[in-house]
Design a protein around this ligand. Structure first.
Ligand SMILES: NC(=O)c1ccc[n+]([C@@H]2O[C@H](COP(=O)([O-])OP(=O)(O)OC[C@H]3O[C@@H](n4cnc5c(N)ncnc54)[C@H](O)[C@@H]3O)[C@@H](O)[C@H]2O)c1
Length: 293
C-alpha cells in the first residue's frame, strides 16, 4: 500500500533541508521550502542553486534538469503554505523543543492524510510522533550529509507508524535515488550511534593533549583510511548537532561512555559550530582551513 506523493514540504532550509529539497525536486516532486525567515529560505535556495549548477557543470545532470528542479522549488514562508502537501519533512535544528513547536503549529493546518517525517539524527521518533496528531502517519526519514552525494537514508518507524506510511516513505526514498537501511527507534539509530562516539572520542583525544587537530585528523585519514578526519567531519556535521546527538545518547542510554566532551561543549558555547559559522576545529575564514588548536 503506497500513497502517491506529489508535493514535498521541507521545514528548515539549512544544510540538510536544502539538500532534501534539492534531491526531491530533481526527482520531479513539487517542493515547498520553509524556514524561520525569508532570508534563511533565500540562503537555502542560493545553496541549492549553487549545488545544482555544480552538478550540471560536472555533467552529472543536464542544464535542463537543473533548471527544471529549481523551478519546482517554491518558498513557503508560512507553515500554512504546506497545508496541502502530501509529505512534509521536518529538518530544523536538532532540538526537541524546536521540533515539537513546529509540529504543534503545523498539524492543525496540515491535511489529515499527509505523512509527517523528521530528519532528526537522534531524537526518539515515537516521542516526537506522540507530540503530533498523527503518530500512525509519522516516520523518521534520516538523510546523510551532504544529501545530494550520500546514498544512504535510514528509515525509522515509531511504535505507531503504519505500514502504509513506511511503504510510501520507502518508495519516496527510492525515487530520490537513495538506498534504505531500516533502523529501530533507539537513540541516534545506527549510523550516528556508531559515528558520534568516535567523533566525541577524537575530541577527548584533543582535549587530553594526546594529539593536535591536525595530528588526530591525519592519524585517522592515513591510519584508518577514513576519507576525512573526525574533527574535520565534526565541523562538517555542525558542532551543535554533534553535541545534541551525544546528549541524546547520554541521556537516552544512561551510560557514561556517551558523556559529551567538555571541549565540544566549549566550542558550541563559543558559537564555533564548524563550517556553517566559519569556525570550529578549523578556521575557514581564509583561503585554506587553519586548525584552531
Ligand atoms: N548536519 C548533519 O550532518 C546532519 C545529518 C543528518 C541529519 N541531520 C539533522 O537534520 C536537521 C537539520 O540539521 P542541519 O545540519 O541542516 O542544521 P542547520 O543548522 O544547517 O539548519 C537548521 C535550520 O533550521 C532552521 N530552523 C530553526 N528553527 C526553526 C523553526 N522553528 N522553524 C523552521 N525552521 C527552523 C534554522 O533557521 C536553520 O536554517 C537536524 O535534525 C539534524 O540532526 C543533520
Amino acid at each position: 500500500m503506497v500513497v502517491e506523493i506529489k508535493k514535498v514540504g521541507v521545514i528548515g532550509a539549512g544544510q540538510m533541508g536544502s539538500g532534501i529539497a534539492h534531491v526531491s525536486a530533481l526527482a520531479g516532486y513539487e517542493v515547498g521550502l520553509h524556514d524561520i525567515s525569508q532570508e534563511r529560505i533565500e540562503s537555502g535556495l542560493a545553496t541549492i542553486t549553487g549545488n545544482l549548477n555544480r552538478q550540471a557543470s560536472k555533467g552529472q545532470i543536464t542544464q535542463e534538469q537543473s533548471r527544471a528542479a529549481l523551478a519546482l522549488i517554491k518558498a513557503a514562508p508560512q507553515l500554512d503554505d504546506l497545508a496541502e502537501f502530501d509529505l512534509v519533512i521536518e529538518s530544523a535544528s536538532e532540538n526537541e523543543q524546536v521540533k515539537r513547536k513546529i509540529f504543534s503549529q503545523l498539524c492543525p493546518s496540515l491535511k489529515p492524510e499527509a505523512i509527517l517525517a523528521t530528519n532528526t539524527s537522534s531524537i526518539s521518533i515515537t516521542r516526537l510522533a506522540a507530540s503530533t496528531d498523527r503518530p500512525e502517519r509519522f516516520i523518521g526519514i534520516h538523510f546523510m550529509n551532504p544529501v545530494p552525494i550520500m546514498e544512504l537514508v535510514e528509515l525509522v518507524r515509531g511504535i505507531a507508524t503504519e505500514d502504509e506510511t513506511f511503504e510510501t516513505s520507502k518508495a519516496f526514498v527510492a525515487r530520490v535515488g537513495k538506498t534504505v537501511a531500516v533502523a529501530e527507534d533507539f537513540p541516534a539509530f545506527m549510523v550516528n550511534r556508531i559515528l558520534l562516539p568516535m567523533i566525541n572520542e577524537a575530541i577527548y583525544t584533543l582535549y587530553e593533549g594526546v594529539g593536535s587537530v591536525e595530528a588526530i585528523d591525519t592519524a585517522m585519514r592515513l591510519g584508518a583510511n577514513h576519507p576525512m578526519g573526525p574533527l574535520q567531519l565534526a565541523d562538517f556535521i555542525g558542532l551543535d548537532t554533534c553535541l545534541s546527538i551525544m546528549q541524546v545518547l547520554y541521556e537516552g542510554l544512561a551510560d557514561s561512555k556517551y558523556r559529551p566532551c567538555p571541549l565540544l561543549v566549549k566550542y558550541v558555547e563559543a558559537g564555533w559550530l564548524g563550517r556553517k559559522t566559519q569556525r570550529g576545529f578549523y578556521d575557514y575564514r581564509g583561503e585554506t582551513p587553519v586548525p584552531t588548536r
